[in-house]
Structure formats: C-alpha cells, structure tokens
Design a protein around this ligand. Structure first.
Ligand SMILES: Cc1cc2nc3c(=O)[nH]c(=O)nc-3n(C[C@H](O)[C@H](O)[C@H](O)COP(=O)(O)O)c2cc1C
Length: 321
C-alpha cells in the first residue's frame, strides 16, 4: 500500500478494512493497552520467546543494564494490584517488573578488576532508563504477536521502597515500570493519537498554529466535554491559584463557566495529573534515588587520586557506542 494512504488517526474503521501493508504494521497500528485478562495462562515456551525478543532489543553500548522480575505468584500480583490501587494487575497471569540494573555490571566490573562509576553518572542513568523501556516495548510487541495483551503500570514509582523490599532488589537496581501480560478477555479499544502531521517535524521544529493545535487535540479526544460541578471547579481554581496566581485562576474558572464544561486539558492538568501535586515529591524522589544507590544528581567527588591527562590507557579499539 502507498505509505501516504496510511491513516495517521487510526481507529475501528481502518481496522475493519484491514488496509495495513504487512502483519507487523497491523500489529503496531492496532495495538492497545489491555486491562481485562482471561484466566488463560501464558505457556512457558511462549513467555520465554517473548522475553528473548525483549532482551534482543538495542541497548546503549550493548551493556543491557536492566533486569526483569517475572512475577507469576497470585499473592504477589494481588499485593502489587493493591499497592498500585489497580486491581486488574492481580488478574494478569504474568507481571514483569522492569528495573534499571547497574548492580550486575558493578559486580562484573569488580570481578574483572575494572573501574566503575555508573551509579554516579547521569549519562549512564539516562541511557539505562531508555534501554529498560526499549526492552519492555519489544516485549509488548512480541506478546502482541502471540495474541497476548499488555499494559504498563507507571505507578510503581510511588511504591519503589516497598517494591524493593518485596522483590529483594539490591543497591543499584531501580524499578522503572511494571508490565501486565495476559490474553485479553474482550476486544481491545484502539485509542486515537495525534497524527504525524502534528508530531513529526520536517527537518526542523515547526510551531503549530493555535487553532490547528486545539483542533488536533479536540479530534484526538473526540471533542470531549467534561461535566463541571462545584467540587471540580473549586479544585481547579485551587490548582490554578497555587501554580499561576489569582488572575489566572479567575480566567480559568470564567472560561469553564462560559463554555459550560471543563475541557480535556483542564481536566488533565487541573484534576487528574493536577499541576500542584505533580512536582511535589521531587525531593523525595532524589532521596529514593540515594536509597537505591544512585547519586548522579550530586557533585561528583571520586575517592581516588586525580590522574593527569594522557595518563589513562589509549583509546583505540572498536568499542560499542
Ligand atoms: C509509562 C507508562 C505508564 C503507564 N501507567 C499506567 C498505569 O499506571 N495504569 C494504567 O491503567 N495504564 C497505564 N499506562 C497505559 C496508558 O494509560 C495508555 O498507554 C494510554 O492511555 C494510551 O492507550 P493505549 O495504550 O491503549 O494506546 C501507562 C503507559 C505508559 C507508557
């Protein structure tokens, strides 16, 4: 199929027409999060192939600085569901906890008498975060190819210490995300996305006009209007007041009153991912980082003797980048 005819807003219409150029494209374009799992177990050989596909993903320097905790125990899954406040986690036959893991590499470096500072390096942290997620996403796609649904659970970030204790994570092993896997009990609903005309910029970043941007989001969210009530209005006003002050709070509330409803953006940032709550806990997360043995956000003070330039080994060779 001509690639220009590929729908950038996909949905049930395109799915029914089966217009994708190959099976992989169909899989990717029809993927959707699954939160309703049947009782069917995932066979071990299928699970192993899915895991192998994830492990085969690209990783910075081919270092693979991640570990996956495979959770099949119903008790542990139920406990995770309770802790995350998302009960469906308990119904997933397999839950995978993806962790950045510098512990294994540190151990290897020690055994090989190699210098090591990865837990103190933002560079290493940044790449290992990406490595971990890329592995997880390959696992999603591989699972999909077996008809197995999945959903990420990001709220493990709120229970990192509990998760560490529960799964006996050593220092240097940091939980990033949970992935629930299982056969879908019902048909998945494919969500609408912003199209490539909004997300992709040709050669350089191009500013989108206000009207086009509002239209694109309105289309993405099916022109949804969220009902206003006293409680919601008060909460939105409170958030606006804390973040931007009185006149913005007045402006926002007046806008809602004029329209007669709360917009999706006002709901997202005023109620759901409330702008006053989201940055709270930043400092706590840094303390948690320290608890897990990471200190890349602090001034780096190596304990060893400072070496002068050119004292190190030569840089020749064909290292992975
Ligand atoms: C990093 C990340 C964290 C997420 N956390 C949750 C979560 O805690 N609970 C949940 O039900 N869905 C979670 N999701 C799934 C999103 O809600 C979902 O991807 C989004 O609504 C788009 O829907 P789709 O995946 O069906 O396209 C998460 C997704 C990502 C990528």
């Amino acid at each position: 199929m001509n690639k220009d005819k590929m729908p950038s807003h996909h949905g049930f219409k395109e799915k029914a027409a089966g217009i994708y150029p190959n099976e992989t494209m169909k899989l990717l374009m029809e993927r959707a999060s699954c939160r309703n799992f049947s009782d069917r177990k995932i066979p071990d050989d299928v699970m192993n192939q899915i895991l192998d596909a994830g492990i085969h993903a690209a990783t910075g320097g081919n270092l693979q600085p991640y570990s996956i905790i495979k959770i099949q125990s119903e008790t542990a899954s139920r406990e995770l569901g309770d802790m995350c406040g998302q009960k469906f986690i308990a119904k997933a036959p397999v839950n995978l906890l993806f962790c950045i893991d510098w512990h294994r590499l540190e151990k290897w470096a020690r055994l090989e008498i190699a210098p090591f500072s990865a837990r103190d390096s933002f560079r290493h942290f940044w790449i290992s975060f990406q490595d971990t997620i890329i592995c997880a996403q390959n696992i999603c796609t591989a699972a999909d190819s077996f008809g197995i649904g999945s959903v990420y659970i990001g709220t493990v970030m709120d229970i990192m210490i509990e998760v560490r204790d529960m799964f006996k994570l050593p220092k240097g092993v940091l939980p990033v995300v949970l992935l629930c896997l299982g056969y879908p009990k019902s048909e998945l609903m494919v969500r609408r996305k912003l199209g490539r005309e909004i997300v992709v910029h040709e050669e350089e970043y191009g500013e989108i006009s206000d009207a086009r941007l509002k239209d694109a989001y309105a289309e993405k969210y099916h022109h949804a209007k969220i009902e206003k009530n006293k409680e919601r209005l008060e909460r939105i006003r409170e958030v606006c007041l804390k973040i931007h002050g009185n006149s913005f709070a007045d402006e926002c509330v007046a806008d809602i009153e004029n329209k007669g409803h709360i917009s999706v953006a006002q709901r997202y940032f005023g109620l759901h991912y409330a702008a006053d709550i989201m940055p709270e806990g930043n400092e706590d997360f840094l303390l948690i980082m320290k608890e897990f043995g990471f200190s890349w956000f602090e001034k780096y003070n190596p304990k060893g003797v400072q070496v002068t330039q050119n004292q190190g080994g030569n840089n020749e060779g064909t290292e992975d980048k």
